[in-house]
Write a protein that binds this ligand. Structure first.
Ligand SMILES: [Zn+2]
Length: 412
């Protein structure tokens, strides 16, 4: 991609006040654009990152044996009345049609996935079943803040599983925990803290939350510095400095943001929709259900919260919008220009995702600042000074190397 053609450019000055670092950096670097409070456009760079995150999630969901489907965002009121959630979920985004029919913009999909599964689950042979989708979700937030960390409309992957019995659910539930840790690690987050908590208005059963430590977080978390153990501040007897009940590491307190959660739904929803299956003895039973969410846009924001410096974003390699950012300096010099375009095309031919700053009127300093702000992991520079060689620098390193083109591919 030529930077001159890229839709969405870096912004030097933004008049807005930002509550979260990720909101500021993603806006200034040209990844997102705010439509209204809690509602965002994703520009080319932002969409590329989001797609990469979604693809990682899909790979790990498919590896669990889950199947991808697509369910609607607009849910008739009757479905939510059937589960007694129309009036109890305080953030439910409600709307009315011209004919006076009421709908919810869904924040979660038990109300559609359960009646859907009911059409296909008949016997124990149809179980276990795991279905997921990635769609926009809606929350009627009174005061959305912190950019894409807490929006009115946001991206989410939600997975639902159906099982013959509680043991089978527990077994699958544990596999999802492992899959989630893999997903977060592949997205560059290895320091995930897992809390056990009650599920609030969603369910009375137990649940687990996956948290990223960041000052922009919304909850106080007491966590172990050695293992993944964590507890929400307000519900526990432990305090900072105590030893971890799991590994004897020292507990510390910090702000955190939740990027994923999983719930044991029991038979609450299968009972509400009278979803049954016939067991091996010919008896009707309610399947046990689990639900498993990851906020995709929130995850993107959380990654930026923990992966940045004073100059800008530092993308983990696997989710960066491009792998390489090539800066052509002194492009009015024909030799430099030819070599820059030559390197650009050769890297493209090798299947490398590359952003080429091809602007001729922009100073070197401005190009370096933009590259640091956008945060692509590898920066290459070709200029009068580098001659026939190429300057190579990783985003998180201070000192560049000067290398030959022949070394370049293996280094990337
Ligand atoms: Zn521990």
């Amino acid at each position: 991609m030529l930077y001159s053609k890229l839709f969405g450019k870096t912004k030097k000055k933004v008049s807005q006040q930002f509550e979260a670092k990720s909101h500021e950096l993603l806006t200034k670097a040209g990844f997102i654009d705010q439509v209204a409070s809690g509602i965002f456009n994703f520009l080319t760079l932002g969409k590329k990152v989001l797609t990469k995150i979604e693809n990682i999630i899909k790979e790990e969901m498919n590896a669990l044996g889950a199947q991808e489907i697509l369910m609607p965002s607009l849910h008739p009121k009757t479905l939510w009345q059937q589960t007694n959630r129309w009036d109890t979920v305080d953030v439910l985004f409600k709307t009315e049609s011209q004919l006076g029919q009421e709908y919810a913009f869904a924040p979660t999909h038990e109300e559609t996935v359960t009646p859907l599964a009911k059409k296909f689950i008949k016997s124990y042979k149809d179980l276990p079943l795991a279905l997921y989708h990635i769609t926009a979700k809606f929350r009627d937030e009174p005061r959305p803040k912190s950019g894409i960390l807490r929006g009115r409309e946001f991206g989410m992957k939600d997975l639902y599983s159906f099982h013959e019995n509680k043991d089978d659910l527990k077994n699958f539930y544990q596999k999802v925990i492992d899959a989630y840790l893999k997903i977060f690690k592949r997205c560059g987050l290895s320091n995930i803290k897992i809390t056990e908590a009650s599920g609030g208005s969603f369910t009375k059963k137990f649940s687990h939350e996956f948290n990223v430590l960041t000052p922009a977080g919304e909850v106080d978390l007491l966590y172990c510095q050695k293992c993944s153990f964590a507890q929400n501040e307000e519900i526990n007897q432990l305090k900072p400095g105590d030893s971890c009940p799991k590994c004897k590491g020292v507990l510390k307190k910090d702000r955190a943001i939740e990027v994923g959660n999983i719930f044991d739904l029991g038979t609450r929803f299968s009972e509400a929709f009278d979803l049954t299956y016939t067991d091996k003895k010919g008896k009707k039973q309610y399947p046990f259900m689990g639900c498993y969410g990851i906020g995709t846009t929130r995850l993107l924001g959380a990654i930026v919260e923990v992966s940045n410096d004073e100059k800008g974003i530092i993308w983990p390699f696997d989710i960066s919008p491009y792998q390489v950012h090539l800066l052509g300096l002194d492009l009015k010099d024909k030799k430099v220009k030819n070599m820059s375009y030559n390197v650009y095309h050769q890297l493209l031919n090798h299947g490398i995702e590359i952003l080429f700053d091809d602007r001729e009127e922009v100073s070197a300093g401005e190009k370096f600042a933009d590259a640091d702000l956008i945060g692509i992991p590898i920066r290459l520079v070709i200029s009068q000074k580098t001659g026939k060689k190429i300057e190579f620098k990783k985003r998180f390193e201070k000192t560049p190397l000067i290398i030959d083109f022949s070394e370049l591919i293996s280094k990337i």
